[in-house]
Design a protein around this ligand. Structure first.
Ligand SMILES: *[C@@H]1O[C@H](CO)[C@@H](O)[C@H](O)[C@H]1NC(C)=O
Ligand SMILES: *[C@@H]1O[C@H](CO)[C@@H](O)[C@H](O)[C@H]1NC(C)=O
Ligand SMILES: *[C@@H]1O[C@H](CO)[C@@H](O)[C@H](O)[C@H]1NC(C)=O
Length: 236
């Protein structure tokens, strides 16, 4: 079982590191214990070549799940673009033994390394979203009685780069859309000073196959949780 459960909602973040029993989607369910652990997540990221294409190898701290009204990320399931038109929400559980102050600002980055296609990624990566969680997100007043969170509570985050829904072009096969939760490497609780990428394409670096990794490292950030889906145009 998880010694420390944290339910995180990207847009109305729950206190990381504190137990909020009524907020556990799978409260006391055996499924929890059998859910993916950090090495399962790594295995899937390597199998899909997200490591090393998008990220260097790292040990995930959080079980990150991305969800829309009618779709959920499951480390490599396929989701129709029509289900991802509004930006998603996220939940996460800290893996056992992991500590993370809820005063640390976190950043959600979403990237497509397969533009225009996985075989020919000359436009990659494309930045689809950069959302920055505010530090004052730990506020108990935002939960509904059923533990649901307000997915559009703008008080909890701001967008450095607006959400651009996945729109894989016709005949370009499956694209990987990678959702990465970033934290400051030095775990500072100070406010982060982040600059918006100059462009979505190559995350503004004007160089093929550059993207999230470079932006993160330029800002002293590292991944702590990742999930991903595949999506393709219906015309293939
Ligand atoms: C991780 O999240 C998924 C989806 O919410 C869940 O099925 C799984 O049990 C979780 N695993 C852990 C370790 O919490
Ligand atoms: C989700 O599916 C339900 C039932 O099909 C539908 O009514 C609703 O509009 C869908 N929501 C979104 C955001 O796609
Ligand atoms: C921690 O990292 C952030 C982001 O790179 C940087 O702005 C800050 O100065 C660092 N703080 C300390 C105490 O090293």
């Amino acid at each position: 079982m998880y010694t420390k459960l944290a339910v995180l909602s990207l847009l109305a973040l729950r206190a990381l590191g504190s137990v909020v029993p009524e907020q556990q989607p799978l409260d006391n369910n055996a499924h929890h214990a059998s859910g993916p652990d950090a090495s399962d997540v790594l295995y899937e990221l390597e199998k899909a070549e997200i490591i090393p294409t998008v990220l260097d190898s790292f040990l995930p701290s959080i079980n990150l799940t991305i969800f829309w009204a009618n779709a959920t990320s499951e480390l490599g399931n396929t989701v129709d673009p029509s289900l991802m038109q509004r930006h998603p929400d996220a939940t996460g559980y800290l893996f056992p033994g992991v500590e993370l102050s809820n005063k640390i600002q976190l950043v959600m980055g979403v990237t497509d390394p397969d533009a225009p296609s996985r075989d020919n990624p000359e436009w990659s990566e494309i930045c689809h979203w950069l959302a920055v969680l505010k530090q004052d997100r730990d506020d108990d007043s935002d939960s509904d009685s059923d533990g649901a969170v307000d997915a559009f509570d703008k008080k909890k985050y701001y967008e450095l780069m607006e959400y651009k829904p996945p729109g894989p072009p016709p005949k370009t096969g499956k694209h990987r859309y990678v959702f990465v939760l970033l934290a400051p490497i030095n775990r500072t609780t100070e406010a982060l000073h982040l600059t918006k990428p100059a462009d979505r394409q190559h995350w503004g670096y004007k160089e093929e196959r550059q993207g999230l990794r470079k932006w993160a490292s330029n800002h002293g950030l590292e991944p702590i949780g990742v999930n991903f889906i595949y999506s393709q145009n219906e015309e293939q």
